[in-house]
Design a protein around this ligand. Structure first.
Ligand SMILES: Cc1cc2nc3c(=O)[nH]c(=O)nc-3n(C[C@H](O)[C@H](O)[C@H](O)COP(=O)(O)OP(=O)(O)OC[C@H]3O[C@@H](n4cnc5c(N)ncnc54)[C@H](O)[C@@H]3O)c2cc1C
Length: 369
């Protein structure tokens, strides 16, 4: 019998396992054969650990953004940088406040996390395919497809979202929430490209610094200045990725389901690009017929890139369902941490920071060593 069973060996599950008391019996169950795939993938495998400059209201989306204030007061971006550096890994700050490993190798951080988790007495079982979870007499029983059963007094769901499912995240946490009657905000795609009605393939490959503004009719939903890329099928780059979460949040507030998204986009959502002197290259000028009197163009959003391309999932377990250590208010000893929560960040290290912090706070909730 384990004191703590964690499902999912990603950033959140891992940080929880190394923050929980050493004397508690802990195990992580992971369905993949390798660990922490998204930590490895982060920022082209250079690992964007966190961001140096976090303004919760600007950098996160979800029903309860205030929660990020209290979360960061318990484990901040600076705490994470200190933790990493204390263990001998040097970080540096790049554009947009991204904190990156100086070595440029995310595997360095992953190795450290595994070492510290193991040192803290955590067992790890990979290739564990869960067929069923039940709770009887205050004990959780996690059934594997090999017939084995892992029993625990506390169960922590750290299974991520449902985007980028090629690395193992398929929305499992939402299924568990449903099984136990815990409410979720419908998941939506975040941090992916946009497809426009207009054919912009002639500009494919052009990276520019400009201002993107997103509208529903006349209502401004989002605007940001930054790096932007025209692709064969539409728009990409950090400011586009962020705008995708903003439009997802907007549709969530309007109660529009995913199946209705596409037609809503086509009828209502427009994207305005405002060019400055530098971004008005010869190619752009002639493509859009821009001149001294015209530096803006407007497109129509027809769709978002696929779930497989989305780097995060918006929506998820409602924070109002959880205590301040992420335990379910309805089901005692059941916890949810990381991307599975309705607390999603922009691109720039905000999502990993959420995963470290929720993992830490949950782990510490079991007591100090
Ligand atoms: C390509 C890419 C680049 C990214 N770059 C950045 C970046 O630069 N900065 C940043 O902040 N964020 C980045 N992100 C987002 C960030 O990686 C995630 O938000 C973060 O890793 C979420 O951590 P998590 O522990 O909640 O979930 P995950 O890291 O998704 O881990 C969940 C784990 O649970 C396992 N699992 C799922 N279902 C089951 C099951 N049924 N049984 C057992 N195990 C299960 C999965 O296999 C996975 O290992 C990136 C994401 C992607 C895809």
């Amino acid at each position: 019998m384990y004191d703590i069973v964690i499902i999912g060996w990603g950033a959140a599950g891992l940080f929880c396992s190394l923050s929980a008391p050493k004397n508690l019996r802990k195990i992580i169950l992971e369905k993949n054969s390798s660990l922490g795939k998204k930590v490895i993938l982060s920022w082209w495998e250079r690992c964007n650990v966190t961001n140096i400059d976090i303004t919760p209201e600007d950098d996160y989306f979800g029903e309860n953004i205030k929660a990020i204030h209290s979360l960061l007061s318990k484990f901040s971006n600076y705490d994470m940088i200190d933790w990493v550096e204390k263990h001998g890994i040097t970080t540096c700050v790049e554009d947009r406040g991204r904190v990156i490993l100086e070595s440029g190798k995310s595997k360095d951080l992953l190795d450290l996390l595994v070492r510290e988790s193991t040192k803290n007495g955590t067992e790890i079982r990979t290739r564990f395919d869960i067929t069923k979870i039940e709770k009887t007499n205050d004990i959780f029983r996690v059934h594997g497809n090999d017939g084995s059963i892992v029993e625990g007094k506390n169960l922590i769901i750290a299974t991520g979202g449902k985007s980028f499912s090629q690395v193992g995240t398929d929305g499992f946490g939402y299924m568990i929430a449903k099984q136990f009657g815990i409410e979720i905000v419908d998941p939506y795609r975040g941090l992916c490209g946009m497809v426009t009605k207009e054919d912009l393939s002639g500009l494919s490959g052009s990276t520019l610094d400009l201002t993107l503004s997103l509208f529903d009719g006349k209502k401004l939903l989002y605007d940001e200045k930054g790096s932007f890329l025209f692709t064969h099928t539409g728009l990409s780059g950090p400011i586009v990725f962020n705008a995708v979460i903003a439009v997802g949040e907007h549709l969530r507030k309007l109660g529009i389901k995913e199946s209705q998204q596409k037609s809503y986009f086509n009828e209502n959502i427009t994207i305005k690009l405002t060019f400055n002197e530098e971004s008005m290259t010869k190619k752009v000028k002639s493509f859009f017929e821009l001149d001294e009197t015209k530096n803006e163009v407007i497109f129509h959003l027809s769709d978002l890139k696929s779930w497989e391309e989305a780097k995060v999932t918006g929506g998820g377990i409602k924070l109002s369902e959880l205590t301040n250590v992420f335990e379910s208010k309805k089901i005692e000893h059941l916890y949810f941490i990381g991307e599975v929560l309705d607390l999603t960040g922009k691109t720039g290290g905000f999502n990993l920071q959420q995963a470290w912090a929720t993992g830490y706070v949950c782990g510490k909730g079991f007591g100090e060593n």
